[in-house]
Design a protein around this ligand. Structure first.
Ligand code: FE
Length: 348
């Protein structure tokens, strides 16, 4: 590094520090002209362990990770409006629907890393590596272990049977988790059958959809319904929560994997206009390393994408499952149709 570059880098570090203080601890992304020791992440993942992971990365590489967080539509909107002026190097988000949208918006580029393509199975990467999965989460059935006989459970489709009338708890159709579930059912069957399923689910709901995934488990515990649909990691988080009400609720349910369980992902893309591409690749490689994959599964109870890492024991205690055989790209593509169907069947 030349003395001039060193000085510029030093000044921008000072600026960064100054801005951080001025904003009362809010992280501010600063684009570093020399691209040496920084990587800028726009993230829609909302889990505590991520911060720890980024600080571990900084400790071992000296590369500072600046993170801006927000809800996926906000972050995507910002990336689109900033275009080539963005300081973002990496987009991280939950849900294939959001990664698919980033590809459609033409704001990402292929991730070129032999290490990553060796580690992450093909089904967990975009067709041209425009995105990679960082973690997996199954959308499962959680049943009241006092009221439901698990031998009555089988598939997502079977939940539309008359015997489940007034018993199903699931959040609203605004949730991308639900949109991707329906999108995957479209990919697995047909629009027609997916619509029948969604209509049948609406008829069997215990109440109008409300709350988040955890709230569905709490509603089972409160006796509002008997069967909840939610992502696996929330159960691990609730069982380990500081809130005794959450622990109690999670203990009231048992996980059932429907035949052909839907596995969604959280994942990452490289921004097409990245100014710190080498650092971005280093961070992405780190995120799929056994070290980080172990943190994701042990602290956020997500399934690893690195086949060398075993899922946390809470996840393995849920038992065996069979996966739905659909492509994640199709699930992303079907998002629009899923939203239409939800509207047609009146799934709030
Ligand atoms: Fe979540």
């Amino acid at each position: 590094m030349s003395i001039k570059k060193y000085l510029i880098s030093g000044i921008s570090m000072l600026l960064l520090f100054g801005i951080t203080v001025a904003c009362g601890g809010e992280t501010k992304v600063v684009s570093e002209a020399n691209g040496d020791k920084v990587v800028n992440v726009y993230s829609a993942r909302h889990y505590d362990i991520d911060e720890k992971i980024y600080s571990n990365f900084t400790e071992s590489t000296g590369i500072k990770v600046n993170v801006i967080t927000g809800k996926a539509p906000e972050v995507l909107g910002r990336l689109k409006s900033e275009g080539a002026d963005t300081s973002a190097d990496i987009f991280i988000t939950a849900d294939i629907a959001n990664l698919y949208q980033a590809v459609q918006a033409d704001i990402v580029m292929p991730i070129n890393s032999d290490m990553i393509t060796k580690i992450v199975p093909k089904r967990l990467r975009g067709e041209n590596n425009e995105w990679i999965a960082l973690t997996q989460r199954a959308r499962i059935i959680a049943y009241d272990n006092k009221k439901v006989d698990p031998s009555t459970l089988s598939t997502y489709y079977a939940l539309t049977g008359d015997e489940f009338k007034g018993k199903i708890l699931i959040r609203s159709s605004e949730s991308t988790y639900n949109q991707s579930l329906l999108a995957s059912i479209i990919a697995e069957t047909s629009e027609e059958e997916a619509k029948e399923w969604a209509a049948g689910m609406v008829l069997n709901m215990a109440r109008e959809p409300k709350g988040n995934d955890r709230d569905q488990v709490k509603a089972v515990a409160a006796g509002e319904g008997e069967i909840a649909i939610l992502n696996t990691y929330y159960i691990g988080r609730m069982l380990n929560s500081d809130d005794p009400e959450e622990v109690k609720a999670a203990e009231a349910i048992t996980v059932f994997f429907p035949e052909n369980t839907q596995m969604n992902i959280s994942g990452a893309s490289m921004i097409k206009y990245s100014k710190n591409q080498e650092n971005a690749i280093k961070l992405l490689e780190y995120l799929v390393s056994p070290e980080v994959q172990t943190l994701y599964t042990d602290f956020n109870y997500e399934y690893p994408v690195n086949p060398d890492v075993l899922p946390n024991e809470i996840l393995s205690s849920f038992g065996e499952y069979s996966l739905q055989d659909v492509s994640l790209v199709d699930v992303g593509e079907n998002n629009r149709k899923a939203i239409e169907i939800f509207g047609q069947v009146g799934w709030k």
